[in-house]
Design a binder for this molecule. Structure first.
Ligand code: ZN
Length: 267
């Protein structure tokens, strides 16, 4: 029984497991709050962080969103601006030269005996009358160039330009790019003085009797100089180049085109 008493004693240690329970119980509540605290800190931190992130990203979106529309607005306005430009054909001028349509072949008649140089009927008629009037005043007006097709102008512009080692800008100062020459219309004519052919297509043509006579009389026949000094198009001074503006079609041809803003209006 002592054994039982002993066993009772050792039961005390066997009761230790009983003691262990509270210890274990004590341990678990001790650890649990620690874990809970960490979890809570993590959870709160996470939630707060999430809310902060959401707030920041929301704020950033709100701030940047209007900026995007502001950026897109100018791009759409430039698109509409360029379409307006293309509609008004303002950008069709090349190196100061405006666009001109080619005269129909049926409208062209020769103004020289060899039939090499041609102009539109009305312009040709007036040019002949002008030449006769000049001759009766002792002045010999010689046509050098009249109607030119776009193909001929292309050859003139690029081939002659290359032969003379000229850049397009240099060439454009003396000759219009293809599609942009008044000679395409059949209304323009380059005039020389038969007495001094050395001045043909030269600025000093303005020293000749022919030029002086033209200055005084050409308007009576419906002709005017296209490129006087400091002309609005910025094309080089061409005292030899005259155009017919003596009927409705020719007037509209040049003055409707002139209403477009020239590329080099500053000069
Ligand atoms: Zn010309």
């Amino acid at each position: 029984m002592n054994k039982a008493g002993f066993s009772g004693k050792p039961q005390n240690p066997s009761n230790d497991p009983g003691d262990d329970i509270p210890v274990a119980l004590r341990v678990t509540p001790d650890v649990a709050p620690k874990i809970n605290l960490r979890l809570q800190v993590l959870l709160i931190g996470g939630v707060v962080g999430f809310i902060l992130l959401a707030l920041i990203s929301g704020f950033l979106f709100f701030v940047t969103a209007p900026k995007k529309t502001a950026d897109s607005q100018p791009s759409t306005s430039t698109e509409s601006g360029s379409s307006v430009n293309s509609q008004s054909n303002n950008n069709d001028a090349v190196l100061g030269h405006l666009v001109y349509p080619e005269a129909p072949q049926s409208e062209l008649v020769p103004i020289t005996a060899d039939r090499r140089i041609r102009m539109r009927k009305t312009a040709a008629e007036k040019f002949r009358a002008m030449t006769q009037a000049a001759r009766s005043a002792g002045v010999i007006l010689v046509p050098i160039s009249g109607f030119r097709s776009v193909k001929e102008q292309e050859q003139l512009f690029f081939n002659v330009g290359a032969q003379r080692n000229q850049t397009p800008a240099e060439r454009a100062a003396l000759s219009a790019p293809p599609g942009h020459s008044e000679h395409h219309t059949g209304y323009a004519v380059d005039v020389g003085d038969g007495a001094v052919p050395v001045t043909n297509l030269q600025a000093n043509f303005d020293n000749t009797k022919a030029y002086k006579w033209l200055q005084a009389n050409a308007a009576r026949f419906g002709f005017e100089m296209s490129f006087p000094k400091n002309n609005i198009q910025g094309v080089s001074y061409e005292p030899w180049h005259w155009r017919f503006v003596g009927d409705r079609d020719s007037l509209e041809m040049f003055y409707k085109a002139r209403n477009l803003k020239p590329a080099r209006s500053g000069q």
